[in-house]
Design a protein around this ligand. Structure first.
Ligand SMILES: Nc1ncnc2c1ncn2[C@@H]1O[C@H](COP(=O)(O)OP(=O)(O)OP(=O)(O)O)[C@@H](O)[C@H]1O
Ligand SMILES: [Mg+2]
Length: 277
């Protein structure tokens, strides 16, 4: 159970997020929409404790995660994996290592700095890469992958953290429509199969309508909409986005806008040489 209660963030006089409240009982995909500067990233960063809230509580199963300190705060950050627009992989490390670091970063600085991985961790990472259709890239340096592949690897790294929540900040903003679709479908799969709540900042309305169970609209730090996507009419969307409305209406990634039902890329068979990695 997630309960966000009056969460506020001020940067000096600028109120980036003002008294934001909502709760979620079921594992949902929640899309947060709003124009540039509305406070979307600031909210995710507060939830993940990358930045401290000015006031308010964010309770997960009754515990206020905004008040956690030290080890408990680090444990929460493991449970609350982030995915970024720019993927944030380590470019010169191979894909498999990038994924395993999702587990090791949280466990032992010594073990991760020595890159000491167990066979079970390698198998788990490879299984995730296979599940999201990028196992064939396991031994490539991350920087050699396309944006869409890198974002799916970033999703694997997030899953390696065994999170309760996935927070995705504009995960498809740098991707072409087909790759955007593959990434959103991956997030949908995680939500449905793993029962993980996904909170996703999105730039285009169409994506929010297609993939989210619920949409929260923010304007100037305030929540101005919170409902199922079907309730998000174009006129409400125009109010949320103001001058950025036309931009938000563009960038559709659904099959219709691709001019037909383009098949998703077929996942490659799992790499078999685990022992040699
Ligand atoms: N580190 C910071 N220092 C000062 N002000 C900040 C900082 N981070 C964000 N802000 C301000 O907080 C407000 C909300 O910013 P935020 O990045 O959360 O918006 P956003 O909705 O994610 O926008 P975008 O769609 O452009 O990513 C803005 O006015 C921004 O200038
Ligand atoms: Mg942002």
């Amino acid at each position: 159970m997630l309960e966000v209660e009056s969460v506020t963030k001020k940067f000096d006089d600028n109120v980036a997020v003002h008294e934001l409240s909502f709760s979620a009982e079921e594992p949902q995909i929640i899309g947060i929409i709003g124009r540039s500067g509305a406070g979307k990233s600031t909210f995710l960063r507060m939830m993940n404790r990358l930045t401290d809230a000015t006031s308010g509580e964010l309770r997960v199963d009754g515990t206020d995660v905004l008040a956690l300190k030290g080890r408990a705060k680090m444990d929460w950050q493991r449970e609350c994996a982030m995915i970024f627009q720019q993927f944030n992989l380590v470019p010169r490390l191979n894909v498999l290592t990038n994924v395993i670091l999702g587990r090791l970063n949280q466990q032992s600085i010594l073990r991760s700095s020595l890159m000491f991985f167990t066979q079970a961790e390698r198998h788990e990472a490879l299984r995730l890469l296979d599940r999201f259709g990028v196992a064939q890239t396991a031994l490539q340096r991350a920087e050699t992958l396309s944006g869409g592949q890198q974002q799916r690897v970033a999703i694997c790294r997030a899953m390696m953290q065994q999170p309760k929540f996935i927070l995705a900040d504009e995960p498809i903003a740098s991707l072409d429509p087909l790759n955007a679709r593959l990434v959103m479908e991956a997030l949908q799969k995680i939500n449905q199969e793993e029962k993980i709540t996904v909170i996703c900042n999105l730039h285009t309305l169409d994506t929010a309508r297609t993939y989210c169970d619920r949409v929260i609209g923010m304007r100037a730090g305030e929540k101005v909409f919170d409902d199922v996507p079907q309730a998000l009419t174009n006129s409400i969307a125009r109010e949320i986005y103001g001058a950025e409305a036309e931009e938000a209406f563009e960038g559709s990634i659904t099959s219709t806008s691709l001019g037909g039902d383009a098949p998703p890329a077929q996942p490659e068979p799992i790499v078999e040489a685990v022992g040699a990695l």
